[in-house]
Design a protein around this ligand. Structure first.
Ligand code: TA6
Length: 300
């Protein structure tokens, strides 16, 4: 059952935590405290934005052209791609990147941590419609810790009676001062499959600089990535030891214009660096076992 704003406010009373309707039917959790501010949509458990105290620019980017529609993934923030990444392997009618990002979740717990950060736990709501897309019993939870850094932990439990294969990614849109000025470090020497070049594998030489459409799945790498942004005078460190795949995406101008929800020149202000397990790194999850994908985003 969906939680109403009134129920949420009655059940979860914490300083710095609030519940609002951002657009008709679009319920959002707001956090504002000494450490940071953030907004999280109950649809998709989607972090919409995050800004640590002292930063002028947000760390997580939400498109000014994002449309808040029930059942449609929001452009920006941290969409949760699960239980498959990209197109479904056998059935192209199933939604790209799975369904976790477009269905309702429930807030299960909210607590203050000693350092004044707030930790939320959300659980995906299974329905008849989700069972048609994914006929398995795999409860999914996302813990979100909003503090001086942003922590996310996506846990899949296989409560069914057979093994399942999971593809997943936290499809995070980071805010950048200008896409042409940044570089992404940490993937040097890694193998990637290039979606812009028929998935032909290649090896990353040096840090990534972006000057045209980039859409790559890097595999077998769990090193930290760092977005170096001279314009915002900051480095965003992405720590994701359980992620074997990193996806780097910027649609560039032409594709962005066709997409229609990136805002004017929005492609210049974002880059997706996604931590996950995709392609050959998909997770084989035996019955009775759990798997967690944890990330931390820290400004240096
Ligand atoms: O993660 C990169 C990617 O899979 C791209 O191929 C790209 O089209 C993007 O995600 C956005 O997908 P979406 O379904 O949100 O429009």
């Amino acid at each position: 059952m969906q939680q109403s704003l009134t129920e949420l406010a009655a059940q979860f009373k914490l300083d710095g935590l609030d519940f609002v309707e951002h657009a008709p039917g679009y319920r959002v959790i707001k956090i504002e405290n000494s450490q940071a501010s953030a907004e999280i949509a109950l649809q998709g458990a989607q972090v919409m934005n995050y800004k640590p105290a002292g930063q002028e620019a947000p760390v997580i980017w939400l498109s000014p052209g994002a449309s808040f529609k029930p059942g449609k993934s929001l452009r920006g923030g941290v969409p949760v791609c699960w239980p498959w990444f990209g197109p479904h392997a056998e059935d192209s009618d199933k939604p790209a990147h799975g369904y976790a990002r477009t269905v309702d979740w429930r807030l299960l717990d909210a607590s203050h941590q000693e350092d004044d950060s707030i930790r939320l736990t959300l659980g995906l709501l299974e329905t008849e419609a989700t069972q048609l897309l994914w006929p398995h019993v795999t409860p999914l939870q996302l813990e979100i810790q909003v503090g001086a850094s942003l922590g996310l932990r996506l846990t899949t439990h296989n409560a069914g009676n057979k093994p399942v294969q999971i593809g997943e990614a936290l499809h995070t849109y980071f805010a950048v001062s200008d896409i042409a000025d940044i570089e992404i470090q940490g993937l040097e020497g890694a193998t990637f499959y290039d979606k812009v070049n028929q998935m032909v594998p290649a090896t990353q030489q040096g840090p990534i600089k972006i000057g045209s459409e980039v859409d790559r799945v890097y595999v077998n790498t769990h090193a930290d990535c760092v977005i170096v942004d001279p314009g915002y005078q900051r480095r965003i460190r992405i720590i994701a030891p359980d992620s074997q795949s990193t996806i780097v995406w910027n649609p560039w101008q032409e594709k962005a214009e066709k997409m229609g929800d990136l805002g004017e020149n929005g492609y210049r202000r974002m880059v997706c660096v996604e931590s996950g397990n995709a392609l050959e790194n998909c997770i084989h999850l035996p019955q009775g076992e759990s798997h967690a994908l944890a990330v931390e985003y820290r400004v240096e």
